[in-house]
Design a binder for this molecule. Sequence first.
Ligand code: ADP
Length: 707
Amino acid sequence: MRSAYNRWFGADVPLEVAYFNISLAFIVVLNTALVCSGLYIGESKLFFYFILSGLGFVAFLTAYVLQTQKYGLTMFCITLLLEGLILPGVYITDRRFISFALVYYFFPLLTTVFVQNKRFRVIAYITFILSFFGAVSYMYLNSNANSLGITGTIIPVVDVLIPFMICGLFVVVSVLQTLRHYRYESEEVEKSRIEADRMEKSKDIFLMNMSHEIRTPMNAIMNAGELIASKNISSDTRQNVRHIMNACKALISTIDDLLVFSRVENKRIVLAESTYELKPLLDDIINMISVRLMNTDVKFYVYIDPSLPKGLFGDMARIRQVFINILNNAVKYTKKGHVTLRVIMTDRHDSSMTIHAEIEDSGIGIKQEMLPHLFEDFVRVQDKINESLKKEGSGLGLSITKAIIDEFGGKISVESEYNKGSIFSFDIPQQISDPSPIAMVKDHDEVGIIIYDRDVECEERLRETLKDLKIRNTTVYSKEQLAEIIDGNDGTYTHIFISSENSEESMDILRHYREMVSVVLRNVGDTESRLTADKITRPISSINVAEFFNEEDEDVISDGLELNEEVTGNLRCFMVKDARAIVVDDNMTNLIVSDRLLRNLGFDVVTASNGNDAVSLISSMTFDIVFIDYMMPGMDGVDTLRAIRRMPEKWTSKVPCLVLTADAHEGAKQMLLNAGFDDYLSKPVDVSELEYMISKYLPKEKLTEYE
Ligand code: ADP
């Protein structure tokens, strides 16, 4: 009984269905009352035919609605039937001017108010007005004074009050049902909001845990790779190691994407701003893309405005991510032709400027109708024609890229021609921390270059770069032309830039013109060379050309070992002496790898696999630096640090403690610094970052120049 009631009139029953059920119940009650009153006063047969045929129709329509679930339409038919046919029929055959049946008219009017939707409601009102006034007029013209009420006179209780009560009850029941239903719905919405919040939190926690779980073994792989690369190995092996490291970096950047996505989605993208050098950033990006395009039919061209400022203030990691996301797409969706990166400066002021970058490719292009949706989450637009180019990806890269650029207050745009290629451009405003130009050749007047490059596109770009760097240059297209220029050379030209493509010819030229400095423009991956000449690796840009000319002047190590990231990023330039480090990590592989890395730098290394062991080791010997993993069972990194800081010995309580964390989340890093760590190293540990930290925290007298 209760379950039948809930099924028909429960708060969770959709309003349309509940109104239908309520109306149906009232129709049955009203018609029963009508039949009773008809029997009481001995109505004509026609009167009962109308009522019974009305009930028959309602039964038929109920069966129809149960089959089709078309509640709106069915209720509309029932209302029309009552308003237009049954009730006027009953009213007229009843032959009473004011009676039970007159008030009955209110009932279909009420069902119209509650049940019908807008369009049906208008038709029902019109039908009601026509049939009501038609029936009343008919009765007025054809009735006599005796036919006012049930017994010929009006009995207020029977003729007016009961029908009014029935209609009133209908209104009350319908309103209550509406309120119950709305209350139920708002409770449901609240429940789903709480559930969504819970899911959101567990998704974040899941992503962070996964990030940690993946980063920890990646740490071991990357560090082992660094170790192998630091040994004397063949160039083949070195290249394979580089592939492994690049794959690791790509995987880590995917994890970062996921983390950023979870934050972007919650509008929680946080920029961690600090000063950084633009050159190593661009170098890194260019290297990564060159390696990806190695051995493909796609050429990589680069133009870097040499007047870009050397030092900037902003979130370097995010800028790197923007470049990498767009360039990775260009590489992914281009099978042959070129990918070109242009980085210039716009909107230059004393302390700020805007990085303007364009990434052009000759790839599959994007259809015009897809362009407006490109920056939405999970949008991927490959189609049947380009099925063969279907690539890995999540459809998140561009939406994250846009969110990051928006956060910087910049903008991104795209132009594309289907099956021809695309150009993505973006602007990111940054503060300037060091205004000196990113690429500059100090003695540019003393240099003159003869270019002999078969790749016309490359040659043009090289000329553009040399012009920017104010270096004299001329291009030759044959050996004869080269000979002619060199024969008449009065010191104007000092260098020959020659492409490595034609190396027999190149060797000939190099052997012949020993008085000139020969520079081979080689492709990335061309490690073996029979040419004993200087080399610049393509893509040629103002950065690597300026670097080539400034190389001899550059101080590898600056005074007092004040190392900057750029130097440490490229080569190690110190060793440590008489220094002891302790590494605390519950992961055996990480311990072994860290131990080797630090030993390579000259440390005496002690390892501990948990916080307790670390604390007792630190209380029994002196350490110059402490590395502690954050996530450890039992005493975690922060507990271990607190125990160390509480030690009575003066030095121990001040020893530099660095935390190793696989949690890339900005908030997590800040939390660790607040907990008292001197600094943090993200896992996988980047060797140059490790060296930088050591140079920063070890006393200067413990660092010696590297021979
Ligand atoms: P995905 O991980 O799928 O590459 P993105 O958000 O980075 O996700 O890109 C969204 C979609 O935009 C891609 O699936 C691809 O269809 C299209 N797209 C992005 N960059 C290019 C490009 N350079 N050339 C052609 N299509 C592109």
